[in-house]
Design a protein around this ligand. Structure first.
Ligand SMILES: C[S@@+](CC[C@H](N)C(=O)[O-])C[C@H]1O[C@@H](n2cnc3c(N)ncnc32)[C@H](O)[C@@H]1O
Length: 383
């Protein structure tokens, strides 16, 4: 089950489960059925966009099939005789009426469990879906039944892992430096972007607009060991170094990192030809306060022209340090002027510099109320 930015989450999943064994099928914008032998509790930590992983059990034609005995058989192997068994369910893509019906069935199961001498507690919430937070706080892993309406059938699955919201909060809030002013990139989005770049952790990864190092932190946690960053600002360089040091001290990882002070103009003077295999970056996206004050398209267009020139320059310089077939994941901002979207990406400009656009569908990431949306793009260096 995918989180809020499901388009980005889908692309991330495709990139992470890219081996032939791992086949994936999109059931709805929020659900993916994947055939993989990866362990759910490991996989969930590597995916920024997936919020629940459940093991497929079977499909049923209607909810009548799901009586107390049927449900009991599904849970049986996870039941404990010495402890209270918490259980619950989430109903997706279906009516409130059917949710009420299922609640009655769940109470029937509770009765059956009592008859069989199991102590139990049915966990419910205001909504028909139990959030990852409720699942994890109420210890429902292995005992939450997902019931997903799909093409006149119901898919049944048992939750095996949920996203670790505490871990994301920890690495977002507890690191020494975070830059609230420039609308920092959420760690989850940074993680998804690194995942879009592929699976080979031996490669040299660079963020040439590293800011406080969010992308590089996530790359390190995913398993990249050769990490490079640069930024025009000495303060950003210092903060990235300190954040990576904190990461080394607080997580079980070993990173070799090199963080340089460099204007993007000079990046090829500081890094050798052919050296970088992946670039993942959120570049400078304009002065946020200035952008917030603009209400005229002509004023935003001026900012757009300046940024397009910076991005053109950046890609031209990338060409000089990238290995053949290298991948670039790059954010282009989109500005909202009175409801009209002004794009900074011009695919023609980037293609003409010798890069191939790799996405089948464009990915836009935004949160309600934000004036700047992020267009997340993936490119391959053409030899
Ligand atoms: C949007 S921030 C990156 C934030 C980063 N993703 C994070 O979460 O910490 C953009 C960064 O680009 C840097 N920058 C601006 N112009 C630059 C240039 N010409 N060359 C290199 N870095 C530049 C700024 O100093 C800033 O740290």
């Amino acid at each position: 089950m995918l989180g809020q930015s499901s388009q980005l989450a889908q692309e991330e999943l495709k990139a992470v489960l890219s081996s032939k064994k791992d086949q994936i099928e999109l059931l709805s914008p929020d659900f993916v059925l994947a055939n993989t032998d990866q362990i759910s509790s490991d996989l969930i930590n590597n995916l920024g966009g997936t919020i629940k992983i459940a093991k497929y059990i079977q499909s049923i034609d209607n909810l009548d099939t799901l009586d107390a005995n049927f449900w009991y058989n599904i849970l049986e192997k996870n039941l404990k005789s010495d402890n209270k068994n918490h259980f619950g369910f989430s109903l997706y893509n279906d009516s409130n009426k059917n949710y009420q019906t299922l609640t009655k069935k769940a109470l029937g199961l509770k009765k059956l469990l009592k008859e069989k001498k199991f102590k139990s507690r049915l966990v419910t919430s205001q909504e028909s879906i139990l959030s990852s937070v409720i699942v994890s706080k109420n210890k429902l892993i292995g005992n939450e039944l997902l019931i997903i309406k799909h093409e006149n059938k119901y898919i049944l699955a048992l939750t095996e892992a949920v996203q670790d919201f505490v871990a994301y909060g920890f690495r977002d809030m507890k690191r020494p430096h975070r830059d609230d002013k420039s609308g920092m990139l959420p760690p989850k989005v940074a993680q998804m972007m690194v995942n879009l770049a592929g699976n080979n952790k031996d490669k040299n990864i660079l963020d040439p607009f590293c800011g406080s190092g969010t992308v590089l932190q996530e790359a390190a946690l995913i398993g990249y060991e050769n990490i490079y960053g640069s930024d025009i600002s000495p303060k950003a360089v210092k903060e990235t170094k300190e954040n990576l040091k904190w990461l080394n001290e607080n997580f079980d990882i070993k990173i070799k990192s090199k963080i340089l002070e460099s204007d993007i103009q000079n990046i090829n003077k500081n890094i050798n030809k052919n050296f970088i295999d992946l670039i993942v970056t959120e570049p400078f996206m304009g002065d946020a306060r200035l952008i917030a004050r603009q209400n005229k398209i002509s004023d935003i267009n001026k900012i757009k022209d300046e940024l397009q020139e910076l991005y053109r320059l950046a890609f031209a310089k990338f060409k000089k340090i990238l290995s053949p077939d290298a991948i670039i994941v790059f954010i282009f901002p989109i500005f909202d002027v009175s409801g009209q979207d002004i794009y900074t990406l011009d695919k023609k400009i980037i293609s003409q510099l010798g890069f191939e656009y790799k996405l089948e569908q464009d990915i836009i990431y935004n949160r309600p109320g934000q004036k700047v949306k992020r267009q997340i793009t993936v490119w391959q260096n053409k030899k």
